[in-house]
Design a protein around this ligand. Structure first.
Ligand code: ACO
Length: 430
């Protein structure tokens, strides 16, 4: 793995350190800086971790300059075209595509764990009817630890995998229950004869008074979106899961923390924010005004669904979703003016020097909301959809971390507060 060292010299102090270069199977060479503080006496400063690899991983590879995304070596385009979400979940968790028998068994196991404890439904019904579903998800998933904590031996690989399967299986049930609570509908229990995405749509939209037929087109579109969202190496929510996991916390607590990180509009919350933005822009004629606002340093407005920390090229997931938008809208017989608006926004932005120079391209969230909307998923549930899919990545990364010797995540800081001073009695202050 180590090919050569890089020498860093502090001439003034007359010290130097040789830093090993770590090479992965692909991607940029990485300097191992662990020895810097002890030999040179410096810490390294990297706010936002833009220059830092926090772990080694064998799960997902991104080349942001070329717009490449691969799960366990398989290009996302091939998985999107030929695989299913459940198969991709198996691949991310276990490292290989399953043979038929393994896939059938895995599907059966996920199906077996779809139910949630009845008390959890009582917990959900305790939320106010208009609670944001992401707030409910973070609370309810965190509370799963209360149901399984004493039965989880995290040193046992089989129990780790069991908890991963439980979470992948229960997440759609919890998500649908949160939505139904908001709607005032009775809980819909999982129908295990249905497939993963069909079952989720059934739990979301079936009502006791009418027969609900799951649309095959909708289930397929959702499956595609779930594949594209399943993992994305060390993004903010996954890094959160790993950071919490590094303390030895249980996986339910780790995933609840991941859900909270995902909710932010700079991360998974962007899919909800994109729709709000398109709504605000209103019509194609207003696009130039909003492009100007996004370029104005004094205006906090940003083009939501644009830009990415790693991709300095078109996000390959956005390219797939954009194409799927046409097909899904066409197959469902829907015509959404938001699609025209989004495309015009993309066209103008991609011709604009500001966006070209900063390499700002549409990301995964730019078009996904248009499909969710066409499937009848309410805007407040968009980030929940992301969380259902990303659970697979979170638990795969958590398992990988659990199988690797890991130090507790504990960054340092550059302290800029007051130096030592004496405590003053209350009457002597001011
Ligand atoms: N609109 C306008 N300007 C932007 C945008 C945007 N969407 N994104 C970045 N920029 C500009 C910044 O103002 C900055 O300009 P400067 O160099 O003149 O200061 C430059 O591009 C670099 O931006 P940073 O915020 O420093 O880049 P960073 O890598 O830290 O952030 C992020 C990436 C958070 C995704 C950012 O592009 C953004 O806020 N995008 C909008 C929110 C969004 O779509 N998030 C979803 C990301 S995908 C995901 O998490 C699933």
């Amino acid at each position: 793995m180590l090919s050569k060292n890089v020498v860093i010299t502090d001439e003034a102090a007359g010290k130097h350190v040789e830093l090993p270069v770590i090479r992965g199977t692909e991607g940029e060479p990485t300097l191992d800086i662990k020895a810097v503080p002890s030999t040179l006496g410096y810490f390294t400063y990297d706010p936002g971790y833009a220059a830092t690899a926090s772990c080694t991983s064998e799960i997902t590879f991104i080349d942001g300059n070329k717009g490449i995304l691969r799960y366990r070596g398989y290009p996302i385009e091939q998985l999107a075209e030929r695989s299913t979400f459940v198969e991709v979940a198996y691949l991310l968790l276990f490292g290989e595509l399953p043979i038929e028998e393994q896939l059938n068994q895995f599907r059966d196991e996920l199906t077996y764990h779809t139910m949630i404890h009845e008390r959890l439904n009582h917990f959900i019904s305790g939320f106010h009817y208009d609670a944001h579903p992401m707030a409910m998800m973070a609370g309810v998933v965190g509370s799963l630890a209360a149901f399984y904590h004493n039965r989880l031996d995290m040193e046992n690989p089989e129990e780790r995998v069991l908890s991963a399967k439980r979470m992948i299986a229960k997440m759609p049930t919890i998500a649908a229950a949160c939505y139904r609570h908001h709607m005032g509908w009775p809980i819909a229990y999982p129908r295990n004869r249905l497939r993963f995405c069909e079952r989720f749509l059934d739990m979301m939209f079936s009502v006791p008074s009418e027969q609900y037929m799951v649309s095959e087109v909708a289930a397929r579109a959702l499956d595609l979106l779930f594949i594209l969202h399943a993992d994305h190496e060390q993004n903010a929510s996954t890094s959160t899961v790993r950071l919490v996991g590094s303390t030895g916390a249980n996986p339910y607590a780790c995933v609840a923390a991941g859900i909270s990180a995902l909710w932010g509009p700079a991360h998974g919350g962007a899919n909800e924010a994109v729709l709000a933005m398109l709504d605000e822009i209103g019509s194609v004629g207003n696009v130039p005004h909003f492009i100007d606002r996004a370029k104005d340093k004094n205006d906090p407005f940003r083009l939501m669904g644009f830009g990415h920390r790693v991709y300095k090229n078109y996000d390959p997931r956005a390219a797939i979703i954009r194409q799927a938008c046409y097909e899904v809208l066409d197959e469902l017989g829907k015509d959404d003016p938001m699609m025209d608006l989004a495309m015009e926004l993309e066209r103008i932005a991609l011709e604009d020097d500001f966006f070209v120079e900063k390499k700002l391209y549409p990301n995964v969230d730019f078009y996904s909301g248009i499909i969710y909307k066409a499937l009848g998923i309410p805007v407040s549930m968009f980030t929940v959809m992301f969380a259902i899919a990303r659970t697979v990545g979170w638990v795969s990364q958590w398992i990988e971390q659990s199988e690797t010797p890991t130090k507790i995540g504990r960054p340092r800081q550059v302290y800029r507060g007051p130096q030592e001073r004496k405590y003053k009695a209350l009457h002597r202050r001011g």
